[in-house]
Write a protein that binds this ligand. Sequence first.
Ligand code: NDP
Length: 250
Amino acid sequence: MACTIEGKVIIITGASSGIGEAAARLLAARGAKVVLGARRIERLEALVAEITAAGTEASGGEAVCQATDVTSATQVQALVDLALERYGRVDVMINNAGLMAIASIHKVRVEEWERMVDINIKGVLYGIAAALPVFQKQKVGHFINVGSIASHKVAPGGAVYSGTKFAVRAISEGLRQEGGAIRCTMISPGGVKTELPKGSSDQTTVATLEEMYRTALPAETIARAMAYAIEQPPEVDVNEIVIRPAAQAF
Ligand code: NDP
């Protein structure tokens, strides 16, 4: 694998907004062929059209998308299959889709717990299950799993979200240890300006989140971190990147 982003086939889950959308734009602009998944297909189609229009004959502008719910192993497999059909290989699998439903554990919001476990943990595992056999066959590949500051710390209201993001960190570390030439990067963002806080329906949490997100970073910040990990030479495995707004204490 060359030490560049140009020409790499990069799958991104959760590409319809926020960090995934910013990553699609930035990586495509640097010459990657991006394969985009999320549930809101109309948003993905608009992004594919934008990326295609922005491409030049020499570089960029290669994007495809498919409606993908990461809680379905079959749909995640179909997204990887699309990448193989179109481009014949997969260089990077970015497991980015996520849900943050912040609420006191005492509120016992079991349905939200289940959704977070299904999207944040099982969604990442389905991404690994679908891409790993391809990477094994190619003898090379790269996972980028999006964790969070909540992969490292717990705060009131964040017990279950942190639980799912701690799991992403554990899974990423295990994957790294057994990876060999298959690289694994976990990125842990602090506050980033995206739609993520909308996943929290608990009204007592909204004010705290609004305060925290006042200093949030643009999503492109995290996309640049992904690009940094991807463009390293094959023998360099960037394992963890933690990025907070300078003003964020948590
Ligand atoms: P957004 O809410 O803007 O994006 C979340 C993305 O995940 C959307 O594209 C959404 O697409 C997708 N998604 C949600 N559920 C599913 C599903 N079942 N199947 C497929 N896709 C799904 O938030 P961010 O961009 O901020 O979130 C991206 C990642 O970054 C998440 O893992 C989040 O936990 C993490 N993160 C974000 C931080 C922040 O402050 N913003 C901080 C730390 C971590 P759709 O609804 O169309 O399916």
